[in-house]
Design a protein around this ligand. Structure first.
Ligand SMILES: O=C([O-])CC(=O)C(=O)O
Ligand SMILES: [Mg+2]
Length: 578
């Protein structure tokens, strides 16, 4: 018997079929999103579970419910309205929400995730309707163990936690970052196979430095400046300890922490609790995968490229590390790599003789390499460094100007230009401009979704280089293998798995279309699980001796799918007991 929730367990009958033992009946049952089947409760269930008269007489199938909900979805007048509609559905009936998402993934992904989730973050206090996830804040963190006890789920395996200090490319968002944790976890379920009963979105509300939020009477977060230094560390320590006590099998995904905090938190905890930073490692891996594909399309190797990364926050630093690792694997020495990977922050090229934050030091170009260049700004670096691959992680919309993109185009027949910042308004250049400025020669991918571009009679598909192609498979593999730690090699394996899958299933593209997110995630999960076993961090006995076919079957069997199970009442359940 699996302990799932304070309110129900999943059991198997004599024939091995799964059913749910509910400990709640009547009205409260209709208000627990993980249990509510709404009009799909059968007549027998309605009688046994105290629901008669509380629902309209018609009994619907899941398919009929999906149809009804989809029609309503289509009637919503804007992406944000659609987002609010889907979130409300998720808070009423999670099986239906995920079943519908699965059917319409390509259409709904930009609604529940980037870019619309960016608006939902900004409007969070105004859109707020019902509770979801865990709100740890400066007023309750001392009681973190009790907060975790208040969560009804008994076996959480996947947590996405943000302190909202650097949401997407839009900065400090206070409590609103909760929407990102919620959105990422929807992808864990629909693409990564982690059941919604096993996921927990978390907002670490350490305050906000946004005076406009603090003064907004409708703001629902803590109204004071962000904790820093020891107070910040104590806060996160208390959270991590409480998670370890209550959910010893949980993996944590750190999301949207601003640059220094991102590295600090990752390094402080990655060996304490299995965890990874999505913006450093997930973005790094997804970018490496797309650049490897772009090189293959060019008929060249990564080792032949010169790469400029504009933006030295968590994403930029993670991408630099991933590209360097890719070059290392193709046989380049550290000196050769240092002369081929250039990272720029808002003050220009990072060179070893310049002042900069500690975490940027390893990304700096030896001063000698750029000593004779006329400037350290982006255009000079592209021209004088002979850059062939330009990657945008700056969060600055439009920063890839026409002269910059043309300069990359002058260095190579097939320039690779990835404006990766999110959401859409932060994209460093519009795909159609990049293609126009390079006479259709560029290979373009973006972080947020963009439609295909027609140029000179040719259709150019714009790949979505978003960490959504990495984290669901990476996290799912970590959950299934019960990884003691998420190693760098596991993250790199995710990158190569995505490139391999794309080459096989979608040749000619840099990234798969988002409708293939689930297939891509399964391949990522397979390769990451293998790497976890090879690295000796897989604590799950059952996977350690499986060959690839066995591992694939194991992943397949554990992939959660949205289906209604039959209900029985658990012994001792009384009507209306909660
Ligand atoms: O959420 C996304 O779309 C990708 C991501 O992690 C970010 O931009 O911070
Ligand atoms: Mg992020």
């Amino acid at each position: 018997m699996a302990r799932i929730s304070r309110y129900y367990d999943v059991n198997r009958d004599e024939d091995g079929h799964r059913y749910i033992d509910v400990k709640v009946t009547g009205f409260p049952l209709l208000h627990l999103p993980l249990l509510n089947k709404a009009t799909a409760f059968t007549d027998g269930e309605r009688q046994r579970l105290g629901l008669e008269g509380l629902l309209p007489p018609g009994v619907s199938s899941l398919d009929e419910q999906k149809h009804r909900s989809y029609l309503r979805f289509r009637q919503q007048s804007s992406p944000l309205e659609k987002h609010a509609y889907l979130r409300a559905l998720q808070d009423q009936n999670e099986i239906l929400y995920f079943a519908m998402l699965e059917d319409h993934l390509e259409e709904m992904l930009p609604i529940i995730y980037t870019p619309t989730v960016g608006e939902a973050v900004q409007q969070f206090s105004r859109l707020y309707r019902s509770p979801r996830g865990l709100a740890v804040s400066t007023r309750n963190v001392l009681r973190a163990p009790q907060l975790l006890q208040n969560v009804h789920q008994e076996d959480v395996r996947m947590i996405v936690a943000t302190d909202s200090s650097a949401i997407l490319g839009i900065g400090d968002q206070g409590f609103g970052g909760m929407a990102i944790s919620i959105g990422k976890l929807s992808l864990y379920t629909v693409a990564g196979g982690v059941g919604p009963d096993k996921t927990l979105p978390v907002e670490l509300d350490v305050g906000t430095n946004r005076q406009d939020l603090i003064e907004d009477p409708l703001y629902i977060g803590e109204r004071h400046a962000r904790l820093t230094g020891k107070a910040y560390d104590d806060f996160i320590d208390a959270f991590v300890r409480a998670v370890q006590d209550r959910y010893p099998k949980a993996i944590i995904q750190w999301e949207d922490f601003s640059k220094d905090a991102a590295f600090h938190v990752l390094e402080r905890y990655r060996k304490v609790v299995p965890s990874f930073n999505d913006d450093i490692q997930g973005t790094g891996a997804v970018t490496l995968a797309g650049v490897l594909r772009a090189c293959a399309l060019k008929g060249e190797a990564l080792r032949d490229q010169v790469v400029a990364i504009h933006g030295a926050g968590a994403g930029g630093a993670g991408v630099a590390a991933a590209i360097r690792e890719g070059m290392r694997r193709e046989g380049l020495t550290e000196d050769e790599i240092a002369a081929r990977v250039f990272v720029l922050d808002s003050r220009g090229l990072l060179t070893s003789d310049r002042a900069m934050e500690d975490y940027k030091r390893p990304l700096a170009t030896p001063a000698a390499v750029a000593a004779a260049w006329s400037g350290k700004d982006l255009l000079s670096v592209v021209r004088e460094g002979r850059v062939t691959v330009l990657l945008g992680l700056s969060g600055q919309g439009g920063i890839f100007s026409e002269p910059v993109v043309r300069a990359v185009g002058a260095n190579t027949e097939r320039p690779v230009v990835f404006p990766l910042s999110n959401p859409t308004a932060n994209t460093e250049a519009l795909p159609e401009d990049v293609l126009r400025w390079t006479d259709g020669r560029a290979i373009v991918a973006t972080g947020s979704p963009f439609p295909d571009v027609e140029w000179d009679g040719m259709n150019h598909q714009i790949g979505q280089g978003n960490n959504a192609f990495i984290f669901p498979g990476l996290g799912f593999a970590a959950v299934l293998t019960r990884a003691a730690e998420i190693t760098d090699a596991m993250v790199t394996a995710a990158a190569y798995a995505l490139a391999e899958y794309t080459a096989q299933a979608w040749p000619g593209r840099t990234y798969p279309p988002t409708r293939a997110l689930r297939a891509a995630s399964r391949r990522v999960a397979l390769r990451v699980a293998r790497q976890a076993i090879d690295d000796g961090v897989a604590r799950e006995e059952k996977v350690r001796h499986l060959d690839d076919a066995g591992l694939e079957a194991f992943i397949e069997r554990r992939f959660w799918l949205p289906k209604y199970l039959p209900y029985r009442t658990a012994p001792g359940a009384s009507p209306d007991a909660t």
